[in-house]
Design a protein around this ligand. Sequence first.
Ligand code: PMP
Length: 410
Amino acid sequence: PSSFAEVPHAQPIAVFQLTADFRVDPHPSKVNLGVGAFRTEDGLPWVLPVVAKTEAQLARELEESTLDHEYLPVIGHPEFTRLATQLSLGEASPGLQSGRAAGVQVIGGTGALRIGAEFLRRWWNPELGGKCPVYFSEPTWGNHLSTFRDAGFTDLRKYRYWDEACRRLALTELLEDLESAPEKSVVLLHACAHNPTGTDPTGPQWLQILDVVKRRNLFPFFDSAYQGFASGKLDEDAAAIRLFESHGLELLCAQSFSKNFGLYNERVGNLVIVARDSAALACIKSQIVLLVRAMWSNPPSHGARIVATVLGDPVLRKEWIGCVRTMAERVKLMRQQLYEKLRQLGTPGTWEHIVKQIGMFSYTGLNRAQVDFLIREKHVYLMASGRINMCALNSHNLNYVAESIHDAVT
Ligand code: PMP
Protein backbone atom coordinates (compact mmCIF):
# COMPACT_ATOMS: atom_id res chain seq x y z
CA PRO A 1 0.00 0.00 0.00
CA SER A 2 1.00 3.60 -0.45
CA SER A 3 2.78 5.27 2.45
CA PHE A 4 0.05 7.86 2.03
CA ALA A 5 -2.82 5.43 2.36
CA GLU A 6 -3.86 7.22 5.55
CA VAL A 7 -4.06 10.63 3.87
CA PRO A 8 -7.69 11.71 3.85
CA HIS A 9 -9.11 13.27 0.72
CA ALA A 10 -9.45 17.02 1.29
CA GLN A 11 -12.67 18.93 0.74
CA PRO A 12 -12.83 20.40 -2.77
CA ILE A 13 -12.54 24.20 -3.03
CA ALA A 14 -16.14 25.39 -3.22
CA VAL A 15 -15.85 27.88 -6.07
CA PHE A 16 -13.87 25.50 -8.31
CA GLN A 17 -16.17 22.58 -7.52
CA LEU A 18 -19.11 24.74 -8.57
CA THR A 19 -17.44 25.44 -11.92
CA ALA A 20 -16.64 21.74 -12.39
CA ASP A 21 -20.30 20.83 -11.68
CA PHE A 22 -21.39 23.53 -14.12
CA ARG A 23 -19.11 22.18 -16.87
CA VAL A 24 -20.56 18.67 -16.80
CA ASP A 25 -24.15 19.88 -16.63
CA PRO A 26 -25.66 19.24 -20.10
CA HIS A 27 -28.65 21.59 -19.57
CA PRO A 28 -28.84 24.10 -22.46
CA SER A 29 -29.87 27.05 -20.27
CA LYS A 30 -27.22 26.53 -17.56
CA VAL A 31 -25.58 29.67 -16.17
CA ASN A 32 -22.46 29.97 -13.99
CA LEU A 33 -22.73 32.94 -11.64
CA GLY A 34 -20.07 31.59 -9.29
CA VAL A 35 -16.71 32.32 -10.84
CA GLY A 36 -15.02 35.61 -9.86
CA ALA A 37 -13.88 36.80 -13.28
CA PHE A 38 -15.12 39.39 -15.73
CA ARG A 39 -17.29 38.21 -18.61
CA THR A 40 -18.35 40.09 -21.74
CA GLU A 41 -21.87 40.50 -23.02
CA ASP A 42 -21.23 37.23 -24.92
CA GLY A 43 -20.30 35.45 -21.71
CA LEU A 44 -16.63 35.25 -22.65
CA PRO A 45 -13.41 36.21 -20.84
CA TRP A 46 -12.02 39.57 -21.96
CA VAL A 47 -8.41 40.14 -22.93
CA LEU A 48 -8.15 43.91 -22.57
CA PRO A 49 -7.13 45.30 -26.00
CA VAL A 50 -4.43 47.40 -24.33
CA VAL A 51 -3.02 44.25 -22.73
CA ALA A 52 -3.00 42.31 -26.02
CA LYS A 53 -1.26 45.21 -27.74
CA THR A 54 1.36 45.46 -25.01
CA GLU A 55 1.99 41.71 -25.12
CA ALA A 56 2.59 41.92 -28.87
CA GLN A 57 5.11 44.68 -28.26
CA LEU A 58 6.85 42.63 -25.53
CA ALA A 59 7.01 39.63 -27.90
CA ARG A 60 8.76 41.81 -30.50
CA GLU A 61 11.23 43.05 -27.92
CA LEU A 62 12.03 39.47 -26.93
CA GLU A 63 12.52 38.55 -30.57
CA GLU A 64 14.84 41.50 -31.03
CA SER A 65 16.68 40.56 -27.83
CA THR A 66 16.05 43.92 -26.20
CA LEU A 67 14.23 41.91 -23.51
CA ASP A 68 15.28 38.58 -22.05
CA HIS A 69 14.21 35.95 -19.55
CA GLU A 70 16.84 36.62 -16.90
CA TYR A 71 15.76 36.39 -13.26
CA LEU A 72 14.04 39.42 -11.84
CA PRO A 73 15.30 40.73 -8.50
CA VAL A 74 13.77 38.79 -5.57
CA ILE A 75 11.77 41.90 -4.71
CA GLY A 76 10.40 42.17 -8.24
CA HIS A 77 10.33 44.26 -11.39
CA PRO A 78 11.42 47.72 -10.17
CA GLU A 79 9.18 49.78 -12.47
CA PHE A 80 6.23 47.52 -11.78
CA THR A 81 6.48 47.83 -8.00
CA ARG A 82 7.03 51.58 -8.22
CA LEU A 83 4.06 52.25 -10.52
CA ALA A 84 1.79 49.74 -8.79
CA THR A 85 2.48 51.23 -5.37
CA GLN A 86 1.84 54.68 -6.79
CA LEU A 87 -1.47 53.50 -8.24
CA SER A 88 -2.52 52.36 -4.81
CA LEU A 89 -1.22 55.17 -2.59
CA GLY A 90 -1.55 57.98 -5.12
CA GLU A 91 1.06 60.33 -6.50
CA ALA A 92 0.75 62.64 -3.52
CA SER A 93 1.43 59.80 -1.06
CA PRO A 94 3.45 61.16 1.87
CA GLY A 95 5.04 57.73 2.29
CA LEU A 96 6.22 57.58 -1.31
CA GLN A 97 7.45 61.14 -1.25
CA SER A 98 9.49 60.61 1.88
CA GLY A 99 10.88 57.20 0.88
CA ARG A 100 9.06 55.15 3.52
CA ALA A 101 6.60 53.36 1.24
CA ALA A 102 7.38 50.73 -1.39
CA GLY A 103 6.10 47.57 -3.02
CA VAL A 104 7.30 44.00 -3.33
CA GLN A 105 6.20 42.00 -6.36
CA VAL A 106 4.39 38.83 -5.36
CA ILE A 107 2.26 36.05 -6.86
CA GLY A 108 -1.13 37.71 -7.25
CA GLY A 109 -3.20 39.20 -4.47
CA THR A 110 -3.10 35.82 -2.74
CA GLY A 111 0.71 35.88 -2.67
CA ALA A 112 0.58 39.40 -1.23
CA LEU A 113 -1.72 38.24 1.56
CA ARG A 114 0.43 35.21 2.28
CA ILE A 115 3.77 37.04 2.28
CA GLY A 116 2.25 39.86 4.32
CA ALA A 117 0.88 37.33 6.82
CA GLU A 118 4.23 35.50 7.00
CA PHE A 119 5.95 38.81 7.71
CA LEU A 120 3.45 39.88 10.37
CA ARG A 121 3.54 36.54 12.13
CA ARG A 122 7.29 36.91 12.56
CA TRP A 123 7.61 40.64 13.20
CA TRP A 124 4.34 42.26 14.32
CA ASN A 125 3.63 41.84 17.98
CA PRO A 126 6.49 39.28 18.26
CA GLU A 127 5.67 38.35 21.87
CA LEU A 128 2.50 36.74 20.54
CA GLY A 129 3.68 35.66 17.09
CA GLY A 130 1.10 33.27 15.62
CA LYS A 131 -1.12 33.76 18.69
CA CYS A 132 -1.76 37.39 17.77
CA PRO A 133 -5.46 37.72 16.94
CA VAL A 134 -6.32 38.48 13.32
CA TYR A 135 -9.73 39.95 12.52
CA PHE A 136 -11.63 39.30 9.30
CA SER A 137 -14.97 40.66 8.22
CA GLU A 138 -17.87 38.24 8.57
CA PRO A 139 -18.43 37.27 5.78
CA THR A 140 -15.19 37.54 3.85
CA TRP A 141 -13.41 36.03 0.85
CA GLY A 142 -12.99 32.31 1.55
CA ASN A 143 -9.22 32.27 1.13
CA HIS A 144 -8.45 34.97 3.71
CA LEU A 145 -8.58 32.62 6.66
CA SER A 146 -6.61 29.91 4.86
CA THR A 147 -3.71 32.18 3.92
CA PHE A 148 -3.34 33.49 7.46
CA ARG A 149 -3.81 30.06 9.04
CA ASP A 150 -1.17 28.53 6.79
CA ALA A 151 1.16 31.43 7.61
CA GLY A 152 0.95 30.30 11.24
CA PHE A 153 -1.77 32.47 12.77
CA THR A 154 -4.03 30.43 15.03
CA ASP A 155 -6.34 33.04 16.57
CA LEU A 156 -8.54 33.95 13.59
CA ARG A 157 -11.48 36.09 14.62
CA LYS A 158 -14.47 37.77 13.01
CA TYR A 159 -15.74 41.30 13.09
CA ARG A 160 -19.39 41.65 12.19
CA TYR A 161 -19.84 43.35 8.85
CA TRP A 162 -23.18 42.46 7.34
CA ASP A 163 -26.66 43.29 8.53
CA GLU A 164 -28.61 40.42 7.01
CA ALA A 165 -32.05 41.79 7.83
CA CYS A 166 -31.43 45.22 6.28
CA ARG A 167 -28.89 44.01 3.73
CA ARG A 168 -26.42 46.72 4.57
CA LEU A 169 -23.18 47.32 6.46
CA ALA A 170 -23.46 46.51 10.17
CA LEU A 171 -21.41 49.55 11.19
CA THR A 172 -22.28 49.60 14.89
CA GLU A 173 -21.42 45.93 15.31
CA LEU A 174 -18.25 46.32 13.25
CA LEU A 175 -17.05 49.17 15.47
CA GLU A 176 -18.03 47.28 18.61
CA ASP A 177 -16.01 44.24 17.57
CA LEU A 178 -12.92 46.24 16.68
CA GLU A 179 -13.31 48.25 19.87
CA SER A 180 -13.16 45.07 21.92
CA ALA A 181 -10.25 43.58 19.95
CA PRO A 182 -7.10 43.13 22.05
CA GLU A 183 -4.61 45.91 21.38
CA LYS A 184 -2.18 45.20 18.58
CA SER A 185 -4.44 42.71 16.82
CA VAL A 186 -4.22 42.57 13.02
CA VAL A 187 -7.30 43.64 11.08
CA LEU A 188 -7.92 42.69 7.46
CA LEU A 189 -9.87 45.40 5.62
CA HIS A 190 -11.25 45.21 2.09
CA ALA A 191 -10.04 48.39 0.35
CA CYS A 192 -13.11 48.52 -1.92
CA ALA A 193 -15.78 46.36 -3.54
CA HIS A 194 -16.08 44.08 -0.52
CA ASN A 195 -16.18 40.41 -1.47
CA PRO A 196 -18.76 38.93 -1.09
CA THR A 197 -21.20 41.62 0.09
CA GLY A 198 -20.54 44.33 -2.52
CA THR A 199 -20.94 46.82 0.31
CA ASP A 200 -18.24 49.25 1.41
CA PRO A 201 -18.14 51.72 4.29
CA THR A 202 -18.82 55.32 3.22
CA GLY A 203 -16.19 58.03 3.69
CA PRO A 204 -17.46 59.07 7.14
CA GLN A 205 -17.78 55.41 8.18
CA TRP A 206 -14.15 54.80 7.17
CA LEU A 207 -13.20 57.68 9.47
CA GLN A 208 -14.89 55.90 12.35
CA ILE A 209 -13.08 52.66 11.51
CA LEU A 210 -9.79 54.54 11.30
CA ASP A 211 -10.44 56.03 14.70
CA VAL A 212 -10.84 52.60 16.37
CA VAL A 213 -7.88 51.11 14.52
CA LYS A 214 -5.71 53.98 15.74
CA ARG A 215 -6.95 53.98 19.31
CA ARG A 216 -6.70 50.21 19.70
CA ASN A 217 -3.32 50.18 17.98
CA LEU A 218 -4.57 47.56 15.49
CA PHE A 219 -2.48 46.76 12.44
CA PRO A 220 -4.39 47.54 9.21
CA PHE A 221 -3.83 45.07 6.37
CA PHE A 222 -5.78 46.14 3.30
CA ASP A 223 -6.84 43.78 0.56
CA SER A 224 -7.16 45.65 -2.74
CA ALA A 225 -8.27 43.14 -5.37
CA TYR A 226 -10.80 45.33 -7.18
CA GLN A 227 -9.37 48.82 -7.58
CA GLY A 228 -11.47 50.44 -10.32
CA PHE A 229 -14.29 47.90 -10.14
CA ALA A 230 -16.27 49.64 -7.43
CA SER A 231 -16.67 53.16 -8.79
CA GLY A 232 -15.01 52.79 -12.18
CA LYS A 233 -12.43 55.31 -10.92
CA LEU A 234 -9.02 54.23 -9.67
CA ASP A 235 -8.40 57.03 -7.18
CA GLU A 236 -11.84 56.81 -5.65
CA ASP A 237 -11.44 53.08 -5.06
CA ALA A 238 -8.15 53.64 -3.22
CA ALA A 239 -9.56 56.31 -0.90
CA ALA A 240 -9.66 54.14 2.24
CA ILE A 241 -6.00 53.10 1.96
CA ARG A 242 -5.00 56.71 1.33
CA LEU A 243 -7.06 57.90 4.28
CA PHE A 244 -5.23 55.53 6.62
CA GLU A 245 -1.90 56.52 5.14
CA SER A 246 -2.67 60.22 5.51
CA HIS A 247 -3.21 59.67 9.24
CA GLY A 248 0.31 58.37 9.63
CA LEU A 249 -0.47 54.69 10.11
CA GLU A 250 1.92 51.94 9.15
CA LEU A 251 0.12 49.45 6.94
CA LEU A 252 0.28 46.69 4.39
CA CYS A 253 -1.86 46.38 1.29
CA ALA A 254 -2.27 43.27 -0.87
CA GLN A 255 -2.72 44.61 -4.38
CA SER A 256 -3.94 42.36 -7.19
CA PHE A 257 -3.98 43.08 -10.91
CA SER A 258 -5.96 39.96 -11.72
CA LYS A 259 -9.29 41.75 -12.11
CA ASN A 260 -8.50 45.27 -13.22
CA PHE A 261 -6.04 44.11 -15.91
CA GLY A 262 -7.86 40.84 -16.63
CA LEU A 263 -4.56 39.06 -15.93
CA TYR A 264 -6.00 36.31 -13.74
CA ASN A 265 -3.54 33.58 -14.74
CA GLU A 266 -0.42 35.75 -14.82
CA ARG A 267 -0.44 36.16 -11.02
CA VAL A 268 0.47 39.83 -10.87
CA GLY A 269 0.50 41.14 -7.32
CA ASN A 270 2.22 43.79 -5.27
CA LEU A 271 2.56 43.96 -1.51
CA VAL A 272 2.45 47.64 -0.58
CA ILE A 273 4.32 48.58 2.58
CA VAL A 274 3.97 51.91 4.36
CA ALA A 275 6.43 52.26 7.26
CA ARG A 276 7.01 55.01 9.81
CA ASP A 277 10.43 55.91 8.38
CA SER A 278 12.76 54.88 5.61
CA ALA A 279 15.04 52.93 7.95
CA ALA A 280 12.10 50.75 9.05
CA LEU A 281 11.04 50.30 5.43
CA ALA A 282 14.53 49.08 4.48
CA CYS A 283 14.51 46.51 7.30
CA ILE A 284 10.98 45.31 6.47
CA LYS A 285 11.92 44.90 2.81
CA SER A 286 15.07 43.02 3.72
CA GLN A 287 13.03 40.52 5.74
CA ILE A 288 10.45 40.13 2.99
CA VAL A 289 13.29 39.40 0.56
CA LEU A 290 14.19 36.42 2.76
CA LEU A 291 10.59 35.21 2.86
CA VAL A 292 10.23 35.41 -0.92
CA ARG A 293 13.63 33.83 -1.48
CA ALA A 294 12.60 30.79 0.52
CA MET A 295 9.11 30.56 -0.97
CA TRP A 296 9.45 31.14 -4.73
CA SER A 297 12.80 32.87 -4.98
CA ASN A 298 11.99 35.22 -7.86
CA PRO A 299 8.70 36.47 -9.25
CA PRO A 300 7.51 35.90 -12.83
CA SER A 301 8.06 38.77 -15.22
CA HIS A 302 5.46 38.63 -17.97
CA GLY A 303 2.46 40.09 -16.17
CA ALA A 304 4.58 42.61 -14.28
CA ARG A 305 6.06 43.83 -17.57
CA ILE A 306 2.59 44.30 -19.03
CA VAL A 307 1.37 46.30 -16.04
CA ALA A 308 4.59 48.36 -15.84
CA THR A 309 4.47 49.16 -19.56
CA VAL A 310 0.83 50.21 -19.48
CA LEU A 311 1.02 52.26 -16.29
CA GLY A 312 4.25 53.92 -17.41
CA ASP A 313 2.96 55.12 -20.78
CA PRO A 314 0.42 57.96 -20.70
CA VAL A 315 -1.38 56.80 -23.86
CA LEU A 316 -1.62 53.13 -22.84
CA ARG A 317 -2.56 54.11 -19.31
CA LYS A 318 -5.46 56.20 -20.57
CA GLU A 319 -6.64 53.32 -22.70
CA TRP A 320 -6.46 50.98 -19.71
CA ILE A 321 -8.45 53.39 -17.51
CA GLY A 322 -11.10 53.29 -20.24
CA CYS A 323 -11.14 49.47 -20.12
CA VAL A 324 -11.60 49.49 -16.33
CA ARG A 325 -14.50 51.91 -16.74
CA THR A 326 -16.03 49.66 -19.42
CA MET A 327 -15.92 46.68 -17.05
CA ALA A 328 -17.33 48.63 -14.11
CA GLU A 329 -20.13 50.03 -16.27
CA ARG A 330 -21.09 46.64 -17.60
CA VAL A 331 -21.46 45.40 -14.04
CA LYS A 332 -23.64 48.38 -13.17
CA LEU A 333 -25.83 47.81 -16.21
CA MET A 334 -26.41 44.19 -15.24
CA ARG A 335 -27.35 45.27 -11.72
CA GLN A 336 -29.92 47.66 -13.12
CA GLN A 337 -31.37 45.12 -15.54
CA LEU A 338 -31.61 42.29 -13.02
CA TYR A 339 -33.27 44.61 -10.53
CA GLU A 340 -35.78 45.86 -13.09
CA LYS A 341 -36.61 42.37 -14.25
CA LEU A 342 -37.25 41.16 -10.70
CA ARG A 343 -39.50 44.16 -10.13
CA GLN A 344 -41.39 43.48 -13.34
CA LEU A 345 -41.90 39.90 -12.23
CA GLY A 346 -43.14 41.13 -8.87
CA THR A 347 -40.66 38.87 -7.11
CA PRO A 348 -41.41 39.00 -3.36
CA GLY A 349 -38.83 40.74 -1.17
CA THR A 350 -36.76 43.87 -1.60
CA TRP A 351 -34.11 43.88 -4.29
CA GLU A 352 -32.73 47.44 -4.14
CA HIS A 353 -29.53 46.01 -2.67
CA ILE A 354 -28.70 44.59 -6.10
CA VAL A 355 -28.36 48.12 -7.51
CA LYS A 356 -26.91 49.61 -4.36
CA GLN A 357 -24.09 47.08 -4.05
CA ILE A 358 -20.85 47.70 -5.91
CA GLY A 359 -18.00 45.79 -7.50
CA MET A 360 -18.19 42.47 -9.26
CA PHE A 361 -20.52 40.70 -6.85
CA SER A 362 -23.97 40.90 -5.50
CA TYR A 363 -24.84 39.35 -2.20
CA THR A 364 -28.36 38.40 -3.13
CA GLY A 365 -29.69 37.36 0.27
CA LEU A 366 -30.89 34.07 -1.24
CA ASN A 367 -30.74 31.39 1.42
CA ARG A 368 -29.16 27.97 1.22
CA ALA A 369 -32.39 26.21 0.19
CA GLN A 370 -33.01 28.77 -2.55
CA VAL A 371 -29.44 28.40 -3.78
CA ASP A 372 -29.82 24.60 -3.87
CA PHE A 373 -33.08 24.97 -5.77
CA LEU A 374 -31.42 27.26 -8.33
CA ILE A 375 -28.56 24.85 -8.91
CA ARG A 376 -30.59 21.64 -8.95
CA GLU A 377 -33.79 22.72 -10.62
CA LYS A 378 -32.70 25.68 -12.74
CA HIS A 379 -29.05 24.88 -13.53
CA VAL A 380 -28.13 28.37 -12.30
CA TYR A 381 -24.88 27.96 -10.36
CA LEU A 382 -24.04 30.34 -7.52
CA MET A 383 -22.10 30.28 -4.27
CA ALA A 384 -23.79 28.78 -1.20
CA SER A 385 -23.61 32.23 0.41
CA GLY A 386 -25.92 33.61 -2.29
CA ARG A 387 -23.11 35.59 -3.91
CA ILE A 388 -23.43 36.06 -7.67
CA ASN A 389 -20.99 37.48 -10.20
CA MET A 390 -22.95 40.29 -11.85
CA CYS A 391 -21.01 40.25 -15.12
CA ALA A 392 -21.79 36.58 -15.63
CA LEU A 393 -25.22 37.95 -16.54
CA ASN A 394 -25.88 39.09 -20.11
CA SER A 395 -28.83 39.79 -22.36
CA HIS A 396 -29.04 36.11 -23.33
CA ASN A 397 -29.38 34.72 -19.80
CA LEU A 398 -30.70 37.61 -17.70
CA ASN A 399 -34.40 36.86 -18.09
CA TYR A 400 -33.84 33.20 -17.38
CA VAL A 401 -31.84 33.97 -14.23
CA ALA A 402 -34.42 36.50 -13.00
CA GLU A 403 -37.29 34.06 -13.58
CA SER A 404 -35.33 31.33 -11.84
CA ILE A 405 -34.72 33.59 -8.82
CA HIS A 406 -38.41 34.42 -8.86
CA ASP A 407 -39.29 30.72 -8.78
CA ALA A 408 -36.74 30.11 -6.03
CA VAL A 409 -38.31 32.64 -3.66
CA THR A 410 -41.96 31.93 -4.42
N1 PMP B 1 -8.80 39.20 -2.31
C1 PMP B 1 -10.06 39.14 -2.72
C2 PMP B 1 -11.11 39.82 -1.91
C3 PMP B 1 -10.39 38.45 -3.90
O1 PMP B 1 -11.66 38.39 -4.28
C4 PMP B 1 -9.36 37.83 -4.64
C5 PMP B 1 -9.64 37.10 -5.92
N2 PMP B 1 -10.80 36.36 -5.97
C6 PMP B 1 -8.06 37.91 -4.16
C7 PMP B 1 -7.80 38.61 -3.00
C8 PMP B 1 -6.91 37.21 -4.83
O2 PMP B 1 -6.51 37.73 -6.00
P1 PMP B 1 -5.49 36.98 -6.93
O3 PMP B 1 -6.29 36.15 -7.86
O4 PMP B 1 -4.73 38.07 -7.59
O5 PMP B 1 -4.61 36.13 -6.07
